[in-house]
Design a protein. Sequence first.
Length: 299
Amino acid sequence: MVVHVNDHSVIANSRWNPARCFMENLEKRSPVTSDSMPSRAPDATAPVIEIKNLYKSYGPLEVLKGVSITAPRGHVVSLIGSSGSGKSTLLRCCNLLEDSQHGEVIFKDEKVKWFGTGQARRPSDRKQVTRLRTNLSMVFQQFNLWSHMTILQNVMEAPVTVLGRDAKEVEQLARDYLDKVGIGDKADAWPAQLSGGQQQRAAIARALCMQPEALLLDEPTSALDPELQQEVVRVIKDLAGEHRTMILVTHDMSLARDVSDHVVFLHEGKILEEGAPDILFGAPKSDRLRQFLSATAPA
Ligand SMILES: Nc1ncnc2c1ncn2[C@@H]1O[C@H](COP(=O)(O)OP(=O)(O)OP(=O)(O)O)[C@@H](O)[C@H]1O
Ligand SMILES: [Mg+2]
């Protein structure tokens, strides 16, 4: 079984030490208890992930034109904007699923190292890339569960295979996370036997089971019909209530308003406005944002 570590992540509860962190993290895993949930610690606002002045193009198409965002520990940052504005690209640049041509990606004060410039720029330190990717757990619009594995196996796979954790311990953790997202009774079911909302909750449990530093969620509700969306929205609200660090790309403005500490409005690859949700949604400054919000408002 080939597992792509860039779809998964691990936790680092300890203070950041690039040399020791990864192994320490493996040792520090513990079952899901209220103690193991992130809380606003003294360093609660230390950035987990920072993007500085990032430029990204696909050939001649410039997609990100000097974007900077910060996701402080325990905060939820939402990216909103119209289709094609670069939200998914920005999220994927955060965990280096996409290359970028200029600017910095910084994970817990550690700058990503690059070689080459422009279109030839690539991360130069593979261990660093693995550390970053395994600390930022991604949830996709289309769930991406492995169809030949049960839900429990899906959730357990990466911690056991990628991180080399003890299967028994991981099984308990996986069951706890499945309970947490409300589908503990589906552990032995196959993905095809679950509704879309249940599959997405399984995908969130899978991301959580890596005990990540941060979750990156790319439109986690948009493939679902409204009723099923609510199941997933509830889970995301719970996670936000626990002060998990998240970057959330969403077209659901009421979700963004409810869960975010900070909202970023991307327009044509640039940040046009950003701020606290009440201000951004309550008093948008630019015509473009006003237009966008009125187009996305429920009828
Ligand atoms: N792999 C790719 N190759 C070429 N162009 C791409 C690629 N991925 C994205 N693009 C282009 O980059 C731009 C930004 O795409 P992106 O997926 O980031 O938008 P988005 O804001 O997430 O949109 P949506 O809300 O529809 O998901 C679009 O013009 C898209 O066509
Ligand atoms: Mg997208």
